[in-house]
Ligand binder design. Structure first.
Ligand SMILES: Nc1ncnc2c1ncn2[C@@H]1O[C@H](COP(=O)(O)OP(=O)(O)OP(=O)(O)O)[C@@H](O)[C@H]1O
Length: 304
């Protein structure tokens, strides 16, 4: 089966920093693949190259056989790639519903004259956009009010809205950048189930995630990065036992992870963690010590 996403020998440098250093991996239709690695390993940089936010230094990115390496984000999106961000990016002052309606504009063609004259065609497409937005908000299980401003929603609900907006674009491939960051235990379990339901729609998912419980439970394959390089690509079980992966997370005797600055070990499931500011000003979950546990603690139950 030919790949939906083909990343081939991707390189991205910021001056002397090799953020992505020869990354190659493939994702097939309706597959769930996680990209993991210590902080600063190059995961978000790779996402930014795939979605056209960054221009790769070299290498090729193909979506369903089309080379998108040099395309702008809007052109990549038009080829069926949707994403969410590490720090939720909604239009905070706009109503929740309008945030998701915005996702439909990629495929719902509207003519400026129809909009100005409020023609029947314009009213029809507006209704389609509204119906679609409700459909995806139902799908992600949004419980909160849809008419109020997005910024008024609790953090976990904002994350759902962002996923609903990405789905409203009708993607073939959905990239989720740390979707569990800042979620409590129950929200993480709901996210796990949501990711599977999205896959069941035939959509392929690539997930950047520090929560190893979630990664190990939901992924069919796991790609591991360290210092921009791919050090493993395999089943969750194989990756968890891979000595190179264990070393990347825990550090060797010579170079303990605790002493490697940016490259902190990723955390196992930490309930109730909420985003904090990082060096980039991005909101990410706080990381704690500990090797990938590979289990979501279903017994822990209670929200923090
Ligand atoms: N815009 C930028 N300008 C300069 N350096 C950058 C930029 N974006 C990322 N980097 C550097 O590239 C490397 C990879 O960063 P990236 O954010 O892709 O890692 P990551 O694996 O997503 O990390 P995290 O898990 O902390 O989000 C880091 O050394 C980072 O400091």
């Amino acid at each position: 089966m030919s790949a939906l996403l083909d990343v081939a020998d991707l390189h991205l440098a910021f001056g002397g920093v090799k953020a992505v250093d020869g990354l190659s991996f493939q994702v097939h239709e309706a597959e769930i693949v996680s990209v993991i690695g210590p902080n600063g390993a190059g995961k978000t940089s790779a996402f930014n190259c795939i979605t056209g936010f960054y221009r790769a230094t070299s290498g090729a990115i193909t979506i369903a056989g089309t080379d998108v390496t040099r395309l702008r984000p809007s052109a990549v999106a038009a080829r069926g790639v949707s994403r969410t961000f590490q720090n939720v990016r909604l239009f905070g002052d706009l109503p929740v519903l309008d945030n998701v309606r915005a996702g439909t504009h990629l495929w719902l063609r509207q003519n400026v004259f129809d909009a100005l004259l409020h023609t029947p065609r314009y009213r029809r497409t507006e209704q389609v956009a509204t119906d679609e937005a409700h459909r995806w908000l139902d799908f992600v299980g949004l419980r909160a009010d849809r008419t109020g401003p997005a910024r008024a929603l609790p953090y976990g609900e904002q994350r759902r809205v962002e996923i609903a907006r990405a789905l409203a674009r009708h993607p073939k491939l959905l990239l989720l950048d740390e979707p569990a960051a800042g979620l409590n235990h129950n929200e993480k379990l709901e996210l796990l189930e949501l990711i599977r339901r999205i896959r069941d729609l035939g959509i392929a998912i690539v997930l950047i995630e520090h929560d190893m419980g979630l990664v190990m439970e939901v992924s069919q394959r796991v790609v591991v990065l360290n210092f921009g390089r791919e050090i493993a690509d395999g089943s969750p079980e194989a990756v968890r036992r891979d000595p190179a992966v264990i070393e990347a997370y825990l550090g060797s005797d010579d170079e303990p992870a605790a002493e490697t600055g940016d490259h902190e070990p990723a955390t196992a499931t930490g309930d109730g963690e909420r985003p904090t500011e990082t060096r980039d000003g991005e909101r990410v979950a706080e990381t704690g010590d500990g090797e990938p546990s590979g289990e979501i603690d279903r017994e822990a139950g209670a929200d923090a």
